[in-house]
Design a protein around this ligand. Sequence first.
Ligand code: ACO
Length: 325
Amino acid sequence: MIRSVITGCGGHLPGEPVTNDALAALHGLDTSDSWIVERTGIRQRHIAEPGVTASDLGTIAAREAMESAGIAAADVDLVIVATATPDSAFPATAVRIQQKLGVTRGFAFDLAAACAGFIYAMGVADSLIRTGQARCALVIGTEVYSRILDWTDRGTCVLFGDGAGAVVLRADEGRGNASDRGILSTHLHADGRHGDILQVEGGAGSTGGPGLLRMAGRDVFRHAVQKLAGVVDEALAANGLGHGDVTWLVPHQANIRIIEAVGKKLQLPPGHVVVTVDRHANTSAASIPLALNEAWRDGRIRQGDLVLMEAIGGGLTWGAALARI
Ligand code: ACO
């Protein structure tokens, strides 16, 4: 049975961190560090310089992931980029990254599932590897949300940051039980009835709008806690595993209160939840690979660990991925 094994990670955050106070001063926001920290856990974020694109950030993260996996451009036969802030409608950001990396074979495409994009991309890459259509995939989440924020809306602009994360997934022959390395399963969901509570107005199919993010924060919060609790149970039950079996929770980094609610449900000690939201803010599709990369590099996540990843985002879209490292 073919399994997709995570063999390397990479990440990139542009420029110097921008603290809450610095952001408020820069945009003349009526907010405070204490309000933002208490409600969200966010202390700072990174913001890309004008002209720096999602493919620029994603290429750096992908190079780092390739280096850590010990692979060359010639090994890669699939590039999937999860992003809500592509360089352009087409060519896909994945194709631009493919070109920047010097990958000349296989296939490459973007995937739009907002903050759940990385989980969706892992699910799709895993399926393509299991069915033999790819053997070595780059799965990248990359975002420049600073371009779609309304800097006069203090309720949203303080929440997001720019960045990119990437993993290398390689085909491996497992023996088909939960102790084998690799992605055990992915669980994807969407419910378009809630599309209005978190959306970017505008785009080619719309009647207009400035192309900026709008969010009903309380509604998103309520759905997040409920739906993430459901999907983590679904992922564990599908593999005959229980709460105590998870070594690390690597959640989407939107809000510390949402992260803690899921960690508590899993009865995980706080030290076993990877948290970057304080330093990265919400980098949407990039947040999980950035968090995974950090814990992988500093030695917290080790071979044999069971890692549960989960995310929810605009759509609504949500999902979970369970992987043995
Ligand atoms: N600074 C100061 N005051 C603010 C700020 C701010 N940055 N933003 C909003 N306020 C004010 C509001 O204007 C409001 O004032 P009012 O009572 O005078 O009208 C008051 O604070 C309360 O506003 P709420 O929106 O009700 O605040 P809430 O406690 O719900 O916190 C928050 C807002 C942090 C956005 C919360 O709803 C949340 O975290 N929701 C989850 C959404 C999320 O994480 N989204 C990320 C994208 S989706 C995803 O990745 C899952």
